[in-house]
Design a protein around this ligand. Structure first.
Ligand SMILES: Nc1ncnc2c1ncn2[C@@H]1O[C@H](COP(=O)(O)OP(=O)(O)OP(=O)(O)O)[C@@H](O)[C@H]1O
Length: 743
């Protein structure tokens, strides 16, 4: 994007640009498709047909053409496209460009990896070119993306395709330290590629930030940007933009909400959904699979998957930063034999960018949150997308799997579903997503929970990472909106904790944590509660894909041993796998008091407290050493005595305080009553009530003193032994008190 050097050359350029723009305007006007029409249905031009002006005020047809050079585009854009090796258009480009070049607003929807980026970058460049936008004109276009990585990627495409234009463009994303420098230059930029937060920051903080002349606004991943998470920010941004502008909204899962469109003041937008008629909502070269993986087997399954695909580039999705951190750190320590990387929103921006580009280059495994789920184009070379945690919804699934099988390349994906999440499979099928239900080859399943427990003894940090990951995962399920799929109460919480190698299940405050017994009962009935549809069973039998190579052996169960993952029972239900080869727990089950030492066995598993005093030398069940047990009980009795003393002391203190408070209250009450009755001429009945009042007060007084009297050898404050005073005496005393008050 450099300006031509000499003055003469610049003038020449300007003149020829003016002519070029005139030609383009006439060409566009001449052949613009009717509003609402689909350019894809127009027969395309023969390849050798003349392009551009073909007679007086007649031009070649461009709606329906297949190549970029047949479009009414500036030479600079055509050169940029050629340099970037783009010649043939994709469907979304063919369908949308004739409308967008004609100045219309676009709502574009097309599958992931189908080339939506060029579908908006090209008209942005063209609009500013035809407006003869220059550095002095300020911000002419804003392109908003939901994530920093995606914004950076869009910026690269813009730089590459727009390199022959003279516009200045800037990438404004959060997490960068140079915000002050950005503030100095932002008013000189013509095209801003940004995340919503950073753009609003500039709108709020940058002196004289000006975008009143904005020509084109683009929302990439529009449905994401318009959803609740960004709502306030986006509303604030849009309120500062001029209404008269061109607007493009693109996504693989487009919003059709009238409210959203109204918020953006779209004018009769062209709704372009090129794959609406398509048999599938996901790329045709994407081979998608799903399998049942109980929560407490997810790590075993993931580990086994990784070990079986050491020569691939795998993108693994987990539900939270903490999950990502834990799995990444744990697997790194287990050394799987392939480079591991992690990406999440809490990382520093430079690091995030570094990881992103490293993953594009080398075979490796990237553990990520949904920060990498949308728009990212990892050099078209992701072999596998593994969804360890179920996506929030169908849209999220589509974007995650869309990181593979981009443009013309193929890809594979696997979704781990817990037995309780089977409804997701139905929802995917309803939305035309062809997912094959497969079974894992459990013979190749490798367990990691024991190894993780051992690692936690050595690395304390790992244990706290695991605890946080555990809680965050459960919280994420708890907070999910779709309760048909996500039900935290049905999760095997203790087993999950054990599968992460944790010595004990962390306390979960947001859940009314049930006792283990209650949970076990619930889990025992779980498989039968899982709604399994007939078609799912059909799918599972159809699922063995003969074409899969040996690497996939792991995912496709070729023989059928006894009941294992996804195995159909005689009653027609699929049982979730039980924990395979799970170490038999010691039968001694004494609740360990809080704060006692956690003891590990040689393999790093935790032992119940009394297991340490059990005699394990013989074979079979452990035998108790009587002497040790008695000693232990004696210790416990001593501990309890001490505890009891402390409790009694505290209780006495509490009672004393309460008594003092009551006394003071009574005193205050008496003083107030004295004021009230002063000078009153009490009738008989009033006196009677007053008497009751007084006796009531005195009763409280006595009651509260009873405890005291016990301590003082049974004497109350006014000298009577508390238990020797009769009811008649009490009444007499009360009347005395009353009359003394009234006198
Ligand atoms: N006309 C084209 N010719 C060749 N390659 C193209 C063309 N258009 C786009 N591509 C390539 O296809 C890949 C996917 O494009 P792009 O990232 O724009 O997809 P997308 O539809 O925006 O995907 P997502 O929905 O995931 O954001 C990129 O690598 C891009 O370079």
């Amino acid at each position: 994007m450099k300006a031509p050097k000499s003055k003469k050359l610049r003038l020449q350029k300007r003149l020829s640009e003016v002519d070029e723009i005139k030609l383009l305007d006439s060409w566009i006007e001449f052949g613009k498709p009717d509003s609402g029409s689909n350019p894809l249905s127009v027969p395309s031009l023969p390849t050798n047909a003349p392009i551009g002006r073909i007679g007086d005020n007649t031009f070649s047809q461009y709606a329906g053409c297949k190549r970029f050079n047949q479009l009414p585009l500036s030479q600079k854009t055509k050169d940029g496209l050629k340099d970037s090796k783009f010649s043939k258009m994709t469907e979304i480009q063919r369908a949308s460009l004739p409308h967008s070049l004609a100045g219309r607003d676009i709502l574009g929807a097309a599958k992931t990896g189908s080339g939506k980026t060029l579908a908006f970058i090209i008209p942005v460049l063209e609009k500013l070119f035809k407006q003869r936008w220059g550095p002095q004109d300020g911000v002419g276009s804003i392109i908003i993306s939901p994530t920093r990585e995606l914004a950076s990627q869009l910026f690269e495409v813009l730089k590459s395709v727009g390199k022959h234009h003279g516009f200045s463009a800037g990438l404004l994303i959060g997490g960068r330290k140079d915000v002050d420098m950005e503030k100095e230059h932002v008013n000189d930029l013509n095209i801003l590629v940004c995340t919503p937060g950073r753009l609003l920051q500039h709108m709020d903080e940058t002196p004289n930030f000006e975008c009143s002349q904005l020509q084109v606004l683009v929302l990439d991943e529009a449905d994401r940007i318009l959803d609740v998470g960004f709502k306030k920010v986006v509303n604030a941004i849009v309120s500062q933009l001029p209404k008269h502008r061109q607007t493009f909204l693109f996504s693989a899962t487009q919003t059709k909400s009238v409210q959203d469109l109204a918020r953006l003041s779209l004018k009769d937008p062209e709704y372009i959904s090129v794959h609406e008629e398509s048999v599938t909502a996901t790329p045709s070269r994407l081979h998608q699979t799903a399998m049942i993986v109980p929560l407490d087997q997810k790590l075993d399954m993931l580990w086994s998957f990784v070990k079986a695909h050491l020569n691939s580039r795998i993108l693994v999705f987990l539900s939270s930063c903490k999950q990502v951190k834990f799995v990444f750190e744990a697997f790194k320590k287990l050394r799987p034999g392939i480079p591991l990387k992690c990406l999440h929103g809490r990382m520093k921006q430079e690091k995030r960018m570094g990881i992103y580009s490293q993953f594009c280059e080398k075979r490796s495994i990237l553990f990520s949150t949904d920060v990498a789920s949308r728009g990212l184009d990892f050099n078209k070379a992701v072999d596998w997308v593994v969804q360890v945690d179920c996506p929030d919804d169908v849209a999220s699934y589509i974007h995650r799997v869309g990181r593979t099988a981009r443009y013309l390349s193929a890809g594979r994906s696997v979704l781990f579903l817990m037995p309780t999440e089977m409804k997701m499979l139905e929802k995917l099928q309803e939305k035309k997503i062809p997912v094959q239900f497969i079974k894992a080859n459990t013979k190749r399943l490798q367990q990691v929970s024991g190894l993780l427990a051992a690692l936690m003894v050595k690395y304390k940090d790992l244990q706290s990472l695991a605890q946080r990951a555990f809680i965050t995962y459960l919280r994420s399920i708890y907070k999910q909106r779709d309760k048909e799929i996500f039900d935290v109460t049905k999760l095997p919480i203790d087993e999950f904790s054990a599968s992460m190698g944790l010595p004990m299940t962390p306390k979960i405050r947001f859940l009314n944590q049930k006792t283990k017994g209650q949970k076990e009962q619930k889990e025992a009935s779980l498989p039968l509660e899982v709604p399994i549809e007939e078609n799912l069973l059909e799918l599972s039998t159809k699922s063995v894909d003969k074409s899969v190579d040996d690497e996939e052996d792991f995912l496709v169960k070729k023989e059928s041993p006894d009941i294992e993952i996804g195995k159909e029972t005689s009653s027609g239900n699929i049982l979730p796998a039980t924990r395979i080869g799970k170490k038999k727990k010691l039968k001694i089950n004494i609740h360990r008091p809080a704060g006692t030492r956690v003891v590990f066995d040689e393999e790093g598993s935790t032992l119940p407290p009394l297991a340490t005093i059990a005699d394990m030398s013989g074979s079979g069940s452990p035998v108790m050493d009587r002497e040790k047990v008695n000693k232990r009980y004696a210790e416990l009795r001593e501990e309890m005595k001490v505890q009891d003393k402390e409790d009694k002391f505290l209780d006495r203190q509490r009672r004393k305080e309460k008594r003092i408070k009551a006394k003071n209250k009574l005193k205050r009450g008496a003083e107030e009553d004295e004021d009230d009755v002063e000078g009153d001429d009490l009738s008989e009945s009033d006196r009677a009530t007053g008497g009751q009042k007084a006796s009531k007060r005195s009763k409280i007084y006595f009651d509260s003193d009873n405890e005291d009297s016990e301590k003082k050898g049974g004497k109350n404050n006014i000298g009577f032994p508390a238990d020797s005073i009769s009811l008649a005496q009490q009444e007499e005393l009360a009347l005395k008190l009353l009359s003394s008050m009234n006198s």
